[in-house]
Design a protein around this ligand. Structure first.
Ligand SMILES: *[C@@H]1O[C@H](CO)[C@@H](O)[C@H](O)[C@H]1NC(C)=O
Ligand SMILES: *[C@@H]1O[C@H](CO)[C@@H](O)[C@H](O)[C@H]1NC(C)=O
Ligand SMILES: *[C@@H]1O[C@H](CO)[C@@H](O)[C@H](O)[C@H]1NC(C)=O
Ligand SMILES: *[C@@H]1O[C@H](CO)[C@@H](O)[C@H](O)[C@H]1NC(C)=O
Ligand SMILES: *[C@@H]1O[C@H](CO)[C@@H](O)[C@H](O)[C@H]1NC(C)=O
Length: 355
């Protein structure tokens, strides 16, 4: 009977359409541009993904990235250069389709088809899921409008775009990837948006206690605020998996309500939210490794210039329930650790002395 139950559970984990729900994912978000608005090249993405996997004292391997668009910045339909960088570094991807301020997602879908053609199965194997949109419903909500969040999209349009994506992936190598939508916890909890929840396989929620100035957001209360907003999103999920697609705390920036941006608070938030509640238990894409949005006065990058040593201690305290620390040895490259480089530098030095 016990083994029958185990088999039954395993069968339930694989959904009827062959979808496999991923678990235990650790990653970061990555925008299409750098913080000076320049397009990221393949080498930029590769540097990010390499840093993510080599972070000193990291609680498990951060080898996943959440993207916001399939399209390379500055082009119409070229696949984003994050794709070959992910293939080169074995980084899994939560793909994004940009939905705000557009009447069609055809260009996104063309870039996706181009990626399938160009990179084939190596690309598909790394795709965790596809998100149709990012905070579109938040932008058209009361609080989004109040915070000038920009042009968004209504629930009916997002539902139609989700159907477009399902049609576009059907019969392709992405055909069995779970399709979802990412939004603020408040947009997910808003009953006006329940049609979107009905339409998806999973939900991604962006949860920041820092931005909740109406909820008592002094840092000392941030775990209570987090619990409230994350639970609000989960309560609205209609039983579908809820992933944390963005969370983090700014290490610098303005004071927001009672919330003070500081390296110290960013480090404590990593411990109290990341380590104690999420890492290894909930698929999580932290915000973030490298800042992208020049309009954001808050800076969230956990490290300067993609250094593998972060601004604060990433190792989770014992008993937190998070994965054990990896990359504990310093990986600082030394010329003398490589015999070839050592011989080469000796040669240069002796030529210089002789010269
Ligand atoms: C790529 O990463 C996955 C885990 O995400 C691992 O199972 C696999 O062995 C890795 N492949 C290579 C070639 O390193
Ligand atoms: C709920 O969603 C509706 C429809 O988008 C929006 O008009 C409303 O402002 C939202 N409510 C809140 C409290 O954000
Ligand atoms: C802490 O957060 C909870 C949830 O938002 C809120 O109900 C409570 O009033 C806050 N407490 C303080 C002291 O601000
Ligand atoms: C979530 O649902 C549970 C069970 O109905 C309820 O007790 C809890 O207060 C809800 N949480 C929030 C934040 O709405
Ligand atoms: C980082 O935190 C871990 C876990 O609390 C601790 O064991 C380790 O000594 C800390 N490392 C540094 C450099 O402070």
């Amino acid at each position: 009977m016990r083994s029958f139950n185990a088999i039954l559970l395993a069968c339930l984990a694989i959904r009827s359409n062959g979808q496999q729900m991923p678990s235990g994912i650790l990653g970061f978000n990555s925008g299409a541009t750098k913080d000076n608005s320049a397009a990221k090249a393949q080498s930029d993405f590769k540097r990010e993904f390499t840093t993510a996997q080599n972070l000193r004292g990291s609680p498990g391997l951060f080898n996943s990235v959440r993207l916001y668009t399939m399209v390379q910045s500055g082009t119409d339909t070229d696949p984003i250069s994050a794709f070959p960088a992910a293939i080169a570094t074995n980084t899994s991807m939560l793909l994004g389709i940009w939905c705000s301020g557009v009447t069609s997602i055809d260009k996104e879908l063309t870039a996706m088809r181009n990626a399938i053609e160009q990179y084939g199965q190596k690309f598909a194997d790394l795709v965790v899921a596809i998100s149709v949109g990012s905070e579109d419903l938040y932008r058209v909500s009361e609080s989004g409008i109040e915070k000038n969040a920009g042009v968004g999209q209504d629930a009916d349009t997002i539902v139609n775009f989700i159907r477009d994506v399902r049609k576009a992936i059907k019969g392709t190598i992405l055909g069995n990837k779970p399709v979802g939508h990412v939004d603020s916890w408040s947009a997910i909890a808003n009953k006006s948006n329940s049609a979107v929840i009905e339409e998806v396989d999973w939900i991604g929620t962006d949860v920041y206690s820092y931005y909740e100035r109406d909820k008592g957001n002094d840092f000392s209360n941030s775990t209570n605020v987090f619990d409230y907003i994350y639970e609000s999103a989960r309560n609205a999920s209609q039983g579908k998996p809820v992933w944390v697609t963005e969370t983090g705390y700014p290490s610098s920036g303005p004071t927001f309500g009672q919330a003070v941006a500081s390296v110290d608070n960013a480090g404590k938030y990593w411990q109290e939210i990341g380590c104690d509640k999420l890492f290894g238990r909930v698929n999580t894409w932290w915000y973030t490794l490298r800042d992208s949005n020049p309009a954001n006065k808050e800076k969230f990058a956990i490290t300067d210039n993609l250094k593998t040593t972060a601004k604060f201690n990433l190792t989770c305290a014992p008993g937190s329930g998070a994965p054990a620390a990896i990359n504990q040895q310093s990986k600082a490259p030394s010329v003398y650790s490589s015999p070839l480089l050592c011989i080469a530098s000796a040669l240069v030095l002796s030529l210089w002395v002789i010269g």
